[in-house]
Every structure is written in C-alpha cells, then in structure tokens.
Design a protein around this ligand. Structure first.
Ligand code: 5GP
Ligand code: ZN
Length: 111
C-alpha cells in the first residue's frame, strides 16, 4: 500500500519512535499522544482494519494482544493501561492500517 502512512513507517520511509519490532509486528509511539504513554502495535503486513481480518489472522491478532501487556510494563504502565482498536469510519479510525493503541499513565480514563 504505497499511500499508507504506517506501511511507510514499516518500510523506514517515515521515522518513528520505535518501542518494539520483530518479523511481523512493529510498535511505536503515537505522534500525537493523548496520555503520558501512548504507543501503537501494528502488523508489518498491510491490513486495513480489524474488519478486514479473518480466521487466517487469528495467530497474528493473538500475538498483538499478548505483546500489549509486555510492552506496557516496559513503558512503565505496571498499574494498567487501555487498549483501543478504532475500526472503520464509524469507529473513528483515521489511519487505515490495523493498529492497537496502548494508552496509560494519565489516570483511570486517559482517553
Ligand atoms: P486511529 O484514529 O486511526 O485509531 O489512530 C491513528 C493514530 O495514528 C492517531 O492517534 C495519530 O496520532 C497517529 N498517527 C498518525 N500519523 C502518524 C505518524 O506519522 N506517526 C505516528 N507515530 N503516529 C501517527
Ligand atoms: Zn499499511
């Protein structure tokens, strides 16, 4: 997807503040954080939204969720955090490359 911002971040064409990377996942800080800690976990492969996933993505989606508490702890969110996946225009999604927001450090309901 040549016009996808997150694909460009995966390709290194747009810089990011990286939190984590492996063969299929990337995590980086949100450019416009809504709380003291706000990063996103994305698949390196372009998947437009959660509504575009199927059974074949079950392992990938599981890995994204399992990674969330590990990275949250590393980022200082020992107390807890929020996970948000905005899906589709009706769900407030702005960047159409699947991502999980991990948000915390700003009180019980930072967003
Ligand atoms: P959405 O509303 O699609 O769930 O969230 C997209 C998020 O991506 C927003 O929180 C926005 O701040 C973030 N974002 C948009 N463009 C960039 C960028 O170029 N770099 C980073 N690090 N975050 C971005
Ligand atoms: Zn993409």
């Amino acid at each position: 997807m040549s016009d996808c911002i997150f694909c460009k971040i995966v390709a290194g064409e747009i810089p990011c503040r990286k939190v984590y990377e492996d063969g299929e996942l990337l995590a980086f800080h949100d450019i416009n954080p809504v709380a003291p800690v706000h990063f996103m976990i994305i698949p390196k492969a372009h998947i437009a939204s959660l509504a575009d996933t199927g059974e074949e993505h079950a392992t990938l989606l599981g890995r994204m969720l399992v990674l969330a508490p590990l990275l949250a702890r590393e980022q200082g969110l020992a107390d807890g955090f929020r996970t948000i996946i905005n899906t589709g225009r009706g769900g407030g999604q702005e960047v159409f490359h699947l991502h999980i927001h991990i948000i915390g450090g700003g009180g019980p309901r930072p967003m």
